[in-house]
Design a protein around this ligand. Structure first.
Ligand code: ZN
Length: 350
């Protein structure tokens, strides 16, 4: 490929332009000034920077030292050397590609947010040192004790009974009991139970009292919470929320703000609910472990019914899910009850 391009040359630091021409043989570029047969300068086209491509304007060529060559022909386009530039020019010339881009970007974000990021975030959790869930658990418990919870008012006998159930379940299921602790709290959140990432499971006085006539229902609840810990749902939830915030910070060009997102992640553990798939996973864990203990998954359904009643929630309205709105979420109560009853029926059928 050999090209001759007439134009105007502006030497670096000079405001005096000179007529000249550029000869291009392959990628080798030689600049001749008017009236001279010897090249004024030679270099590789790759070492020059090409100006913006704008309709109706010539595309300048900037040499490494700041010298500038502007072709006379406004339609002239320099051969593209770098892949990035080539792609950009191709895109500029193809409206269908631009339109596709408009569609692809949201689609890309959707796939990232719903599939790729959760998967990557979940996988990242296993790489974290144990100190991270431990500290998050302690931090969250501290915050909850400051805001939503008070010391338990249950009698020692009541606490002992539940602790006995808890210990029995841990032993029978050969779970590492040292990784778990059960705490009793009185709380403004009513009948509730939740797990923290470090294996701390908190039950409120209200849920203990509520399930005193049906102790196996409370075991089902405790198993569900253990399921959240075993599947590391708390940490995964945080990792997902953090990854999403960072993605949007990057897309919106506010990457400095992403640091705050990471730092603020601890508090989101209290506000955010487990995702639907996590609740289902914990429910399934509870069904399986109940069977292991020789109990029916129907006890889980019974627990859900008791909680729904206690929270004055109509089962049909499909309300707030999990135990209550704190640290909790869907699948809708009725659906979860049905899943437990299905599991119970299957067990009976065996
Ligand atoms: Zn749950």
């Amino acid at each position: 490929m050999s090209l001759q391009i007439e134009g105007v040359y502006l030497a670096p630091g000079s405001s005096q332009s000179q007529k000249g021409r550029v000869e291009l043989v392959q990628e080798e570029l030689s600049l001749y000034l008017e009236g001279s047969s010897a090249p004024h300068r030679c270099c590789d086209l790759d070492d020059c920077e090409q100006g913006e491509v704008l309709a109706g304007l010539a595309v300048e060529l900037r040499f490494a030292d700041g010298g500038l060559f502007t072709p006379d022909d406004v339609r002239f386009r320099w051969p593209q050397t770098s892949g990035g530039q080539r792609a950009l020019h191709w895109l500029e010339g193809h409206w269908s590609a631009v339109l596709a881009g408009v569609l692809v970007v949201p689609l890309f974000l959707w796939v990232m947010v719903t599939k790729a990021l959760p998967a990557a975030a979940d996988a990242s959790v296993s790489l974290l040192p144990d100190a991270v869930p431990r500290q998050l658990g302690e931090q969250t418990l501290y915050l909850l004790d400051k805001t939503l919870m008070d010391p338990s008012e249950l009698s020692e006998t009541q606490q002992e009974r539940v602790r006995g159930q808890w210990q029995h379940a841990l032993q029978q299921l050969s779970l590492d009991g040292s990784g778990y602790q059960l705490l009793f709290r009185s709380s403004k959140m009513g009948a509730n139970a939740f797990a923290l990432p470090d294996g701390t499971v908190v039950v409120t006085d209200e849920i203990v009292t509520l399930m005193e006539p049906a102790p196996n229902a409370l075991t089902a609840v405790l198993l569900h919470e253990i399921g959240h810990v075993e599947h590391q749902h708390g940490m995964k939830q945080l990792a997902r929320a953090t990854a999403n915030s960072m993605l949007f910070a990057m897309v919106l060009g506010d990457i400095e703000g992403a640091g705050e997102v990471v730092i603020g992640a601890g508090s989101s553990l209290i506000n955010s609910a487990f995702s639907r798939d996590m609740e289902s996973e914990a429910d399934h864990f509870a069904h399986q472990q109940l069977k292991q203990l020789g109990l029916s998954p129907g006890h889980f359904a019974a627990a859900m019914r008791l909680l729904a009643e206690a929270n004055h929630q109509s089962l049909d309205e499909g309300g707030s899910g999990h135990w209550t709105q704190y640290l909790s979420s869907h699948p809708e109560t009725l659906e979860r009850i049905h899943a437990a009853e299905d599991a119970a029926e299957k067990q009976d059928g065996q």
